[in-house]
Design a protein around this ligand. Sequence first.
Ligand code: CU
Length: 235
Amino acid sequence: MRRMSIVVSAGVFVLASGLWFRSDVFRPFLAASGGTVSGKVVLLGDAPQPKKLEISKDKEKCGSDKTAEDLVVSSDKGIKNAVVSVAGVKGKVDKAPVLDQKGCVFTPHVVLVSPGTPLDVLNNDGILHNFHTYSSKNPAVNKAQPGFKKKMTESFAQPEIIKVNCDAHAWMTGWIVVTDNLSTVTIDGGSFKLSDVPAGTHKLEIWHETLGKVTKDITVKAGEETKLTIELAKK
Ligand SMILES: [Cu+2]
């Protein structure tokens, strides 16, 4: 009887260790051992005056009072539309990213897309727009999107930061950030939050279209929140 219980115990142990090493069973334990990285991206130095865009045509659809989004800084210097990524850590992605053309502005101004994931490019204005990308690793896209064409779908295979313009409205600029790294974009006021970051040390990469790129070494502990203030300076 005693021998039998030893055999049974050993069997349970073998089964348990077998489960432990099976990657599909093990993964939830890994996810639970991650931490959160949050904080704020701020401008070092004086905030610039917001720039008005020059709306030269289609004012009835586009409006006439628009502010440039190339550097949006809040009263406490938080920078909107900065991309914060954990280098080398694959991240959750928006499965259905959308880039809308609404009021002759690309919305959102910066959109995150995983490599190969379809990006829906919408035209909610009912007038002619033109989707023109400037890239080096992915083929350039230069397509008219007439008012009746409410949706086009594009995808980008290679990780890259791609500028997009509308040739019909010179002020229309947006950015498509193709990445499979765990990433997010700062909101109004410059704050960000990344969840499920694996415990350990990482390089945090911060990119902004006019302020450039900086990296910062971070340490993440399981179940804890690492809070950071990241300063970007004008060049
Ligand atoms: Cu346009």
